[in-house]
Design a protein around this ligand. Structure first.
Ligand code: ATP
Length: 372
């Protein structure tokens, strides 16, 4: 898809990440692109990560929250961090932003992503359709979903039929922070994108739908048998299933990705969002996309496609996971002397300013930059 400068990596760089979430995909992709790979793990995960041949090195820390303590050690090397969902889950926003280790992506976007209200402003400014939001319980005039702040993977979400139902089942939540959102009936489709700051091009990498317990199982019990049985739907993510979108919906999916990238440049100028991101949507019977959320990094649903997806196959003649696509972007940046373009500003110049080549490995050239 990109025009490529041919040749091996100038000197051996390490791609590092925390050993969880999508680390295996990221490190496999990094290895395939010729990087040295490092997983930072907890004792519980050490044997697992060491068991993979593409993981060159493992550093063990007691807890993932201790990761920032490794900073000075990491900064002595030619090393680039690739973040994933666990960076947000285990490190505070401040810790995350304070680290100066070269970091793939733009941390400025985190402020817009972490706050649900700012996220809503971002997506609305991008012209995307969002479920209606209710600020007061007595405004509720349709089924809603009550989302607690800080819930992860749909845990603790509450389906509420109407205002009376809210008063009966959700009024005890008043002390907690939550949002009340129109319940959109449709198929949850999570679209995984990659935006290249080097070429200015957007790619759809893959898509998944989440399989959630118990909401996705309710249809297995006839309605008549559910009657009198006090079941409430819950939205706890259990796994992900691949999905391919009706081709007639693809153009809109692509435009939505372009719109969030474009708008992000107004919100966090000049660079905005780049790299991997995901739009979490629900598609209604009228084929309308409603946006639930944006994740500004690689999401776990991409793990279905370590060997590539039908969409990445359209752009590449080789298996291209999102993890590998990230490594390829870093590699292309190195080969064209534009590393600055793919790293957060906090890491600016660090790699030029005294970092020594990685001593952990001899200079193994990468496989070169493939032609597509
Ligand atoms: P993650 O951080 O893992 O993405 P989350 O806690 O942010 O999870 P959401 O992605 O916001 O959770 O939502 C979890 C699930 O709740 C969705 O997959 C969907 O099934 C359901 N859901 C969320 N918002 C709505 C909505 N407005 N209408 C219908 N269902 C919804």
């Amino acid at each position: 898809m990109m025009s490529k400068a041919a040749g091996p990596l100038p000197s051996l760089f390490t791609i590092a990440t925390l050993g969880s979430h999508s680390a295996l995909q990221i490190l496999k992709g990094a290895k395939d692109e010729g990087f040295h790979t490092l997983a930072v793990v907890t004792p519980h995960n050490e044997r697992l990560y060491k068991s993979f041949a593409f993981v060159d090195e493992v550093i063990v820390i007691p807890r993932y929250g201790d990761f920032p303590k490794l900073e000075s050690e990491l900064n002595r090397r030619k090393l680039i961090l690739v973040p994933h969902g666990s960076f947000v889950a285990y490190l505070s926003l401040d810790e995350h932003k304070r680290m100066r280790t070269p970091y793939f992506g733009n941390k400025a976007v985190l402020d817009w992503e972490a706050d649900r209200m700012r996220q809503r402003e971002w997506l609305t400014r991008a012209g995307l359709r969002m479920p209606r939001q209710f600020t007061k319980a007595d405004e509720i005039d349709r089924p809603v979903i009550v989302k607690l702040y800080g819930a992860h993977g749909g845990k603790g979400y509450l389906f509420v039929k109407n205002a009376d139902d809210f008063a009966a089942r959700a009024s005890h939540l008043v002390e907690q922070r939550y949002i009340i959102q129109e319940y959109v009936l449709g198929v949850p489709v999570y679209i995984h994108y990659f935006y290249s700051p080097l070429t200015g091009k957007l790619e759809i990498m893959s898509m998944d739908r989440r399989y959630e317990s118990n909401v996705d199982s309710l249809g297995r019990i006839p309605l008549a048998s559910q009657e009198g049985w006090d079941i409430s739907p819950s939205y706890v993510v259990i796994g992900n299933q691949p999905i391919s979108l009706r081709e007639s919906l693809l153009a809109e999916a692509f435009e939505m990705g372009e719109a969030v990238v474009r708008t992000s440049r107004e919100l966090c100028p000049p660079r905005g969002l780049f790299g991997a991101f995901c739009l979490e949507t629900i598609v209604t019977p009228e084929s309308q996309f409603f946006l639930m959320e944006i994740s500004a990094r690689i999401v776990a649903g991409t793990n279905l496609f370590i060997d590539g997806s039908p969409y990445s196959y359209l752009n590449y003649d080789e298996p291209m996971s999102t993890g590998r696509r990230i490594a390829r972007e870093i590699k292309n940046a190195l080969l064209s002397n534009s590393l600055d373009l793919v790293l957060d500003q906090s890491s600016r110049l660090r790699l030029d300013a005294g970092a020594t080549p990685d001593t952990a490995a001899v200079a193994v050239p990468g496989p070169g930059v493939p032609t597509n």
